[in-house]
Structure formats: C-alpha cells, structure tokens
Design a protein around this ligand. Structure first.
Ligand code: NAD
Ligand code: UFG
Length: 366
C-alpha cells in the first residue's frame, strides 16, 4: 500500500456516499477537497466531517458544469486524483426530466474531464460512481462485470454513456487511470450516527423508508410486489454497508496507483494500472424486502408495519454481485453484515429525528 499522501477531490463529496468516503480517505492520511453545488446535500456536512475526523475539510461550492472553476480548483489545490460522485440519482425522476439528468450527469462529467485535461499539472486518476443499474434485468446471477449492460431508465443510461466516454478517453490517452465502480445497494451509516442517508421528501429507496417508518415519521411501508420468482416473492437485492463501499474507493485508488502517478512514493510495492477498470462493489449476498424488514425490526426493536402493494414499474426480481474481481484485483471485500447495516442506519435515523425535533441543522449526508 502506498504511503504517499494525496490531494483528492470529491465531486458530490457532501452527499451520502461521498461524505462517508471523505472520512475513510482522511483517516487513511489523504487530504480531501470537496466540490459540491449542494443540490442534494447540506453544506453543514463539512463541519460534521471535521467533527468526526478532527481535521478540517476544504469545500468549494460549485457546479461540475462550471469547467473553469473546476480547473482552477484542480490547479490551486494540486489535486492528484478525483472521485466523481456528483450526479442526480433518482430513477423515477429521471424518466420525468431526462434532459436534466443527461445535462447534469453526462455533460457534467464531460466538463470534469475537460477541466482535468486542461489543468497544467495533468491529473489523470479518476474513480467514477457507476451503478449496478447498468446491468438491467439480470440474465444470470451473481452478476459479474462481463454481464451484458442494458439500462432500462434514463438515469441508468447516463451511467452507461459516461462509462463509454471514459472507455474512449482511456483508449485515446494511455496516461489515464480510471476505475468505474458499479455500486449495488448502499445502506447504513457511519458509526458516529452523524452522517447517513436522509433524503429530502418521501424516500424512494427501501432502507431510508423503513427507517422513517420505524422512527414514526412515516406510517407504513408499501412492499412493492410479493409475486416475484424469489424465495418469499419479494425483491432481492445486494445491500452493502456504505462504510465498506467507502473503503472500496480507497482500494480502487491504491489499485490505480494514484500515488505513483503523482510521482512521489515511498513504498515501491504499489502497483499502477493505467487504462479503464470496472469493478462491482457489492457483498455477493441477496436479501429480500421481507428479510430487510425483519433485520431492521430486530436492530431497532421497533415494529415496521407494511402492506403488500403492486409491483413498482421497472423493478427486477433479484440482483446481486459477483465479488470475485474486486477481491482478486483490489484486495477488497465487504466486511460488515446486515445487522451492522441496520443498526447504523437506525442510530443515524434516531439522531436525525432528534436533531430535526430540536430545530437544529441536519447533519445528514444526503
Ligand atoms: P447524493 O445525492 O447523496 O450525492 C450526490 C452529491 O452530488 C450531492 O451532494 C449533490 O449535491 C451533488 N451534485 C449533484 N449534481 C451536482 C452538480 N451538477 N455539481 C456539483 N454537485 C452536484 O447521492 P449518493 O447516494 O451519495 O450517490 C453518489 C453517486 O453514486 C451518484 O453518482 C449516484 O448516481 C451513484 N450511485 C448511488 C447509488 C445509491 O443507491 N445511493 C447506487 C449506485 C450509484
Ligand atoms: N421497495 C419496496 N418499497 C419501497 C421501496 C423499495 O418494496 O418503498 C423494494 C423494491 O421494490 C426493491 C427493493 O425494495 O425490490 C430495493 O429497492 P430500492 O429502491 O431501495 O433499490 P433499487 O434496487 O430499486 O435501486 C437502487 C438505486 C438505484 C441503483 C440500484 C443499484 O435506487 O439508483 O439500487 O442496484 F442503481
């Protein structure tokens, strides 16, 4: 492992996954810079991160489509590597406002790449937040990285388009080192309970919805379908603890050899990998909606009332990852179990509810 301390820019770094990754990177000795327009996060998250790590975080308020500001940010802070989280991510909304999604996600990524190309010190290391949604309806399970891609909604297509752009870029210029990380279903929160997932409005995703029912903010959960071809008829997903996911980003940076790319390194065991590399980040285990409800009830000692509702349009029966490639190449596997996911999510939810009740600023990640 590299001992060189890097300057790492996180676009979307105050969001749910970015904020947890910021903690992991800072604790690994790197310097983290956050670039966010706060369209789905709270600027106060930066102070919360400082509280968790005891170190200040430099934040830059800006949109990723502002290429000049990005270039200036890269140069002024001598950024060695970028982790690109910024993006819009609601599947349903993407079908309603597709142009916004393509403009924000695809155009925003092109702007970031242009800024990296224009920056005088030539930063060429990039980790990109892709998604398991690029696989569409699985043809086989577990899903490995060579499974065909077939996104079924505009959000998923933005991820696929970006992956293609990155592949072309890596082919055109061999100095790039790029990792596309296809996340499965991130859940849970940092052990402090100070950052976590707290979406605006009614949550779209299962876990934040369940947590809000348990805390009494929402009355009951709708379980979208119990007639799938799964052991109990409800949808099966690969839920991964957000801290495991965050650690996957550190493993990807080490794999790319970001420190060697920055040309000052004290440990020659570090490998460098140029080109584009794609990895699933999941646990390899699938849990059904009913199993998730039971696990959350056990962790919170609260009832989660639910109703069986019709299937949600676009949902698939089962989805879980093959984790072999990440284990072999990155030396990374998810370590935290379902109990830890539910307990940390509940801890965060209780703190968020208490903080909202006392009218103070939310410290939520997203
Ligand atoms: P999030 O919404 O919590 O974080 C995204 C952050 O990006 C937010 O802080 C938002 O304010 C910022 N942002 C959005 N557009 C921006 C722009 N144009 N300029 C600057 N900042 C901008 O989402 P998250 O769950 O942390 O997801 C991070 C990334 O991972 C996203 O790209 C998402 O598509 C991807 N992803 C998420 C999931 C999931 O279930 N959470 C699954 C697969 C992939
Ligand atoms: N579900 C319910 N009730 C709810 C919400 C969800 O029963 O209120 C069910 C869904 O039908 C599905 C499971 O819970 O079976 C998980 O649903 P989520 O919405 O939490 O997650 P998805 O797998 O549908 O999608 C998420 C993100 C995508 C990302 C994908 C990666 O929303 O952006 O994980 O696998 F691409």
């Amino acid at each position: 492992m590299s001992t060189r301390s890097l300057n790492i820019l996180l676009t979307g770094g105050t969001g749910y996954i970015g904020s947890h990754t910021a903690v992991v990177l800072q604790e690994a000795g790197h310097r983290v810079f956050i670039y966010d327009n706060y369209c789905n996060s709270d600027p106060a998250v930066a102070q919360t991160l400082q509280k968790i790590t005891g170190q200040p975080f430099k934040t830059i308020e800006g949109d990723i489509r502002n290429t000049d500001l990005l270039q200036k940010t890269l140069e002024t802070n001598h950024i060695d590597a970028v982790i690109h989280f910024a993006g819009l991510k609601a599947v349903g909304e993407s079908a309603t406002i597709p142009v916004e999604y393509y403009a924000n996600n695809v155009q925003g990524t092109i702007s970031l790449l242009q800024a990296m190309q224009a920056a005088s010190h030539r930063p060429r290391t990039l980790v990109f937040s892709s998604s398991a949604t690029v696989y569409g309806d699985p043809q086989y399970l577990p899903i490995d990285e060579s499974h065909p891609t077939a996104a079924t909604n505009p959000y998923g297509r933005t991820k696929l388009h970006i992956e293609e752009i990155l592949r072309d870029l890596a082919k055109s210029d061999v100095s790039w080192r790029i990792a596309c990380l296809r996340y499965f279903n991130p859940v849970g929160a940092h052990v402090s309970g100070l950052i976590g997932e707290n979406p605006n409005g009614i949550p779209n995703n299962l876990m934040p919805f369940v947590a809000q029912v348990a805390v009494g903010k929402l009355k009951q959960l709708n379980v979208f379908g119990n007639d799938y071809d799964t052991p109990d008829g409800t949808g099966v997903r690969d839920y991964i603890h957000v801290m495991d996911l965050a650690e996957g980003h550190l493993a990807a940076l080490n794999y790319l050899g970001a420190a060697l790319a920055a040309e000052v390194v004290t440990n020659t065991e570090t490998q460098t990998h140029t080109g584009l590399h794609t990895f699933n980040l999941g646990t390899g285990c699938g849990y059904s909606v009913l199993e998730m409800i039971q696990a959350f009830e056990a962790a919170s000692a609260k009832a989660v009332p639910f109703l069986i509702a019709p299937r949600r349009a676009g949902d698939i029966a089962s989805c879980y990852a093959s984790t072999t490639l990440a284990a072999e190449q990155l030396g990374w596997t998810a370590k935290r179990d379902l109990k830890a996911m539910c307990e940390s999510s509940w801890h965060f939810q209780q703190k968020a509810a208490a903080s909202a009740g006392s009218n103070s600023n939310t410290t939520a990640g997203a």
